[in-house]
Design a protein around this ligand. Structure first.
Ligand SMILES: NC(=O)c1ccc[n+]([C@@H]2O[C@H](COP(=O)([O-])OP(=O)(O)OC[C@H]3O[C@@H](n4cnc5c(N)ncnc54)[C@H](O)[C@@H]3O)[C@@H](O)[C@H]2O)c1
Length: 277
């Protein structure tokens, strides 16, 4: 399986390294210094797992800034380009994702493209129809920066969105999940196949839940500080709440949430984007 990964950031590089254990992978970026670092066996991002794999493993990984070289002959194209939120215009800037998909269509027309970037609900179906891309999937990414490779080696779940009316695409979705599992160390990983908008909504609601959890414990922490109370003791006493479904708030997760004193910008923009969709 020849794989191209567009975007040498946390998402793209961790996936490229994961998959390059068993498959030839070409990573593409617009920044020559990132491609040069990968080709020199250095990680251009701060991630201990990726650094360790570069030094210890024989990876089938090369990098380039040339889309023709990256995409020619690829069976899979993974899109991990940025989708930064524009706070003035209140929208996700999906132009880099679109640029990659246009290049993929031109240079790897037979490939299955998988969007790993975070996109608004409805984006995948819209771009698929607008660009005439039949083999397109969306798979949300849940990694944490700094733990990108280890989170992909031990994923909590793998989610792939496809068109449920298209049996060939459903087979592609299952094959993509298998590809990720092949590179993972943890094998007992739930795989959930769903529609495009459901998979897009999973990413938005997961981020929203995390943001609300941070906000909840920040409120608790602020209240305790104002009243001269020990926040840790309140958390210990109240932290075994079964919040929703299978999630239990433990003292450890609560402490991690209080350590984050404000809702991260990325979560705020997800919240805003969700409210607009
Ligand atoms: N970082 C995270 O924790 C995280 C987690 C889940 C999802 N995501 C999402 O995944 C996507 C990528 O995030 P990231 O953190 O890896 O971003 P990043 O900024 O670390 O990396 C993106 C890379 O893509 C490159 N790039 C830009 N335009 C390109 C193009 N046209 N072709 C090829 N490469 C291009 C950039 O130069 C950069 O190196 C975003 O949509 C983000 O929201 C990020």
């Amino acid at each position: 399986m020849k794989i191209a990964v567009a975007g040498i950031g946390y998402v793209g590089l961790s996936l490229a390294v994961l998959l390059a254990q068993r498959n030839p992978v070409t990573a593409l970026d617009i920044l020559p210094e990132k491609a040069a670092a990968v080709n020199a066996g250095r990680s251009p991002i701060g991630d201990d797992g990726i650094r360790r794999f570069f030094s210890e493993k024989r990876l089938l990984l090369t990098a380039t800034t040339d889309p023709v070289r990256a995409f020619s002959g690829a069976d899979w194209v993974i899109v991990a380009a940025p989708t930064d939120y524009d706070p003035d215009r209140h929208f996700f800037n999906t132009s880099a994702v679109e640029q990659v998909l246009i290049q993929a269509k031109r240079y790897a027309p037979e490939a299955v493209c998988v969007i790993k970037s975070t996109v608004p609900v409805g984006y995948t179906a819209e771009i698929r129809s607008r660009l005439g891309l039949t083999r397109l999937l969306f798979s949300p990414e849940f990694l944490r920066e700094g733990h990108a490779l280890s989170d992909n080696l031990s994923p909590s779940r793998i989610i792939v969105g496809a068109d449920p009316e298209d049996p060939a695409l459903k087979a592609d979705a299952a094959a993509f999940a298998s590809l990720l599992l092949e590179g993972a160390e943890k094998k007992d990983v739930p795989v959930l196949l769903m529609s495009y908008p459901e998979a897009e909504a999973v990413k938005l609601f997961a981020n929203t839940y995390l943001a609300m959890r941070v906000a909840y414990f920040n409120e608790l922490d602020t209240y305790a500080e104002m009243k001269g109370m020990d926040a840790r003791r309140i958390i210990e006493g109240s932290a075994w709440i079964r919040a929703s479904g299978r999630t239990t708030i433990t003292p450890a997760s609560a402490t991690a949430a209080t350590a984050c004193r404000r809702i991260p910008d990325s979560s705020l923009r997800i919240l805003t984007a969700y409210l607009r969709t």
